[in-house]
Design a protein around this ligand. Structure first.
Ligand SMILES: Nc1ncnc2c1ncn2[C@@H]1O[C@H](COP(=O)(O)OP(=O)(O)OP(=O)(O)O)[C@@H](O)[C@H]1O
Ligand SMILES: [Mg+2]
Length: 377
């Protein structure tokens, strides 16, 4: 459910519409009859999901390509302004980690958005409350890296950064290869340039993911997306919703609850049990530290999405590095290096730079600086 403390005026929507007209070569206007045919007259059996904007239908276009057709409900809280924002922002954007907009339809007061179809649905549906097989820890890391790259591109790939404003696990979609793409820019805002780092705005976003600083000060920066992404990272490793009102009070908010465990150095206590045994402690440490930085109270203390990508790639590298020990727990890894009488053994393994890094961390209990690390691929 999207939280919207103010609704944009029709004037704003009309301005957006004019802006889209200027983008004409990119924006692809699709006739209503074509979409009727593709969705079997908006047959309920073709519905693949329902969000605040309206129903989403799976459809096949005349050229045989599969698409997702999102048809705005005129009564929806997310109205005309969000529709035109989505068209305006997405029409000009192409990136392998952002869901592509194939076109739109505004005939007969319709608000219809046509996206590339994301075969495997939302990230959330692979984490909890579904019968889908659990994603491995490595795959979860790869998905987070992909989504982070999409957001990083929005923040840095244009003259003015684009702030997503509704980063959450239902807005990260997976294609047939489980590669992640960020979707739903309907709430997004164009941020400032170099000297102008925030946008004053009414508060919009989704409960459970909302940056508390943005809520207090109503000043939006790209660090608000970083906060929301930190909540997604917790969701991914704990496999529970950002908000669960049915839990005891101290557990309702995932951000607060997760941070308590992380600050105690015990994030491992609340990991999804289906992957807990497969996470290497050094990868977990890097991941937990990244979550903690993303969820810092003040935006200035949070990393950029570029830093987040770097840290997640490093966590993945730590996870994948070393001998064939991808499923080892810390105890297993350490016992391979230390014999029963406590002397170091297995030195062959320690010759490789990545293993010596791991050993260094096990012994020192610390994290190396960037310069010591192998570069992410
Ligand atoms: N491009 C797509 N490909 C495949 N499925 C999609 C696509 N876009 C949306 N969906 C499906 O439709 C559902 C509704 O999406 P929608 O973006 O309207 O709402 P939401 O993000 O779940 O929630 P909210 O509207 O509250 O932000 C999604 O949960 C997903 O299952
Ligand atoms: Mg969505």
């Amino acid at each position: 459910m999207v939280l919207s403390m103010a609704i944009m005026t029709d004037a704003a929507a009309s301005q957006s519409k004019q802006n889209v007209a200027k983008l004409a070569p990119h924006g692809n206007r699709i006739p209503f009859v074509v979409l009727q045919e593709a969705t079997n007259y908006f047959d309920n059996q073709m519905v693949i999901g329902v969000g605040g904007f309206g129903k989403v239908y799976r459809a096949v276009m005349q050229d045989g390509s599969k698409v997702a057709v999102k048809r705005g409900n005129p009564k929806s809280q997310q109205g005309l302004a969000e529709f035109w924002t989505e068209v305006e922002v997405l029409s000009g954007v192409r990136h392998r980690h952002l869901v592509a907009l194939r076109g739109y339809c505004d005939e007969q007061n319709e608000m219809i958005l046509v996206y590339e179809n994301m075969e495997k649905g939302t990230l959330r549906s692979h984490l909890y409350n579904s019968d889908k097989p659990p994603l491995s820890w490595n795959k979860r890391l790869q998905i987070c890296i992909g989504a982070a790259k999409g957001l990083h591109y929005l923040h840095t790939g244009f003259k003015k950064s684009i702030i997503h404003r509704d980063v959450k696990s239902t807005n990260i979609l997976l294609d047939e290869n489980l590669s992640a793409k960020v979707s739903d820019f309907g709430l997004s805002k164009v941020g400032g340039g170099v000297d102008d780092t925030h946008v004053s705005t009414v508060v919009k976003g989704s409960f459970g993911y909302l940056d508390p600083e943005y809520f207090r000060r109503q000043q939006l920066t790209d660090k608000s997306d970083v906060y929301s992404f930190g909540v997604v990272l917790l969701e991914v490793i704990c496999a529970r919703p950002a908000l669960n009102p049915s839990l005891p009070k101290e557990m309702v908010s995932l951000a607060e609850w997760g941070m308590e465990w992380q600050k105690r150095g015990q994030l491992y206590q609340i990991i999804d049990p289906r992957i807990a045994g497969n996470i290497k402690p050094e990868a977990l440490k890097r991941y937990g530290d990244t979550v903690e930085k993303c969820l810092a109270d003040h935006g200035v203390d949070r990393p950029t999405m570029g830093d987040v990508i770097w840290n997640l790639e490093y966590a993945l590298q730590l996870q994948e590095s070393g001998e064939d020990n991808s499923d080892m727990s810390m105890n297993n890894t350490f016992s391979q290096l230390v014999s029963t009488d406590g002397r170091l053994t297995g030195l062959n393994c320690c010759v490789s730079p990545s293993c010596s890094t791991q050993l260094h961390m096990l012994i020192e209990g610390s994290i190396c600086s960037h310069s010591e690390l192998p570069q992410p691929s």
